[in-house]
Design a protein around this ligand. Structure first.
Ligand code: SF4
Length: 351
């Protein structure tokens, strides 16, 4: 069991539910744009938001941003330890430090003391792309052992000051490398582990790489919080994070969809209907199961087991609620509207 670390009002580790995080891609000093994006992230289920702190203006902007949002804010610090101190003064709920580019032990310990006084935790975030040379293999290669040693080097400095509010992350683009490093890390101590596959790619390949890497580790009981890194709208990172947790049966938020792949038997536009239903119900947070199936072959069983279902016929759909037919034959053009109305009527959440 890992130790528990508090970030604002969110608990990480110690068997608490795996926390979904993301990171803004607005300029942090642009407070209105950052606040707007944080609100969108929070609406999608993001529980902790990280912001980049490339300069003093960004660090100071955290103060104003925090007045506008309720989700805990993590200041992402590289190179300059003074930015960490400014971010703490501005009210950051957590710091992320990269041991690859703040290397002076005295400066790291100064951050630990300042964070400790405020009860603010620190994530030691090792990234294969910026790991310090000292921790590379003889030929300059990145190894699981080197990544773990890089993390432990900074953890030891933090703990030397008596600081214990530590979360550790080791991320690489390479999935097997990330998995091996995190397995090794987990054997070394009880720090909560933040999972992610870094620079994973755009939505499609990034979500798949992340699901593979994060999924392996979570299924082994490793990982207390996660961030799916995708190039694009960070809201998609949050959605992907929840999808991974739901697929593993760890946490559920909003509808999970059973959708048939379609085949020569399909008589209605299953993918189109599924996309439209998903978009219409995007705001629903109740953990529902929804089946959208093209025909009775596998559809009957799925429709009967789901909370709500559409079972396709030739140009029509049969609507189910809790395993029972509630509308036997709805013309294809009306299926989405009637189905969405049915779900909304039951879950009581307005679009
Ligand atoms: S549920 Fe029916 S339409 Fe869908 S893939 Fe299976 S057999 Fe084909």
């Amino acid at each position: 069991m890992t130790r528990v670390v508090r970030v604002g009002d969110v608990l990480i580790g110690g068997g608490n539910p795996v926390v979904v995080q993301s990171m803004t891609n607005t300029a942090t000093a642009d407070v209105p744009a950052t606040v707007d994006q944080i609100r969108r992230l929070q609406a999608a289920g993001c529980e902790i938001v990280r912001v980049a702190v490339p300069d003093r203006a960004a660090a100071e902007a955290i103060r104003e941003t925090k007045r506008e949002v309720t989700v805990p804010i993590v200041a992402d610090i590289h190179y300059d330890h003074r930015l960490a101190l400014t971010a703490l003064d501005a009210g950051a709920d957590k710091l992320r430090l990269n041991p690859g580019n703040i290397r002076d032990p005295e400066r790291i310990m100064a951050i630990a003391r300042a964070a400790g006084e405020r009860g603010v935790p620190i994530r030691v975030g090792v990234n294969a792309g910026s790991v310090d040379r000292r921790f590379l293999g003889p030929g300059g290669e990145v190894t699981p052992e080197g990544l773990v040693d890089a993390a432990l080097w900074e953890v030891e400095l933090l703990e030397r000051t008596g600081f214990r509010e530590i979360v550790v992350a080791i991320k690489a683009h390479d999935v097997p490398l990330t998995v091996e490093a995190n397995r090794l890390l987990r054997q070394k101590g009880d720090w909560p582990v933040h999972l992610g596959i870094t620079e994973a790619g755009t939505e499609w390949e990034g979500a798949i790489r992340s699901a593979a890497g994060i999924g392996i580790l979570l299924s082994e009981g490793i990982g207390d919080t996660l961030r799916v890194s995708l190039a694009g709208d960070p809201v998609r990172e949050v959605e992907a994070g929840w999808e991974i947790l739901a697929a593993l049966g760890l946490r559920k938020r909003g509808p999970s969809y059973v959708v048939c792949p379609t085949c020569g038997r399909t008589g209605i536009d299953v993918p189109g209907i599924a996309r439209a239903v998903r978009a219409e119900l995007a705001h629903v947070t109740a953990p529902l199961s929804i089946a959208i199936m093209g025909c009775p072959v596998n559809g009957l069983g799925e429709a009967e087991r789901a909370d709500f279902a559409i079972l396709g016929g030739k140009g029509f759909g049969t609507l189910y609620a809790h395993g029972v037919v509630v509308r036997p034959k709805v013309a294809e053009g009306r299926v989405v509207a009637e189905f969405v109305a049915l779900v909304r009527q039951e879950v009581g959440e307005d679009a």
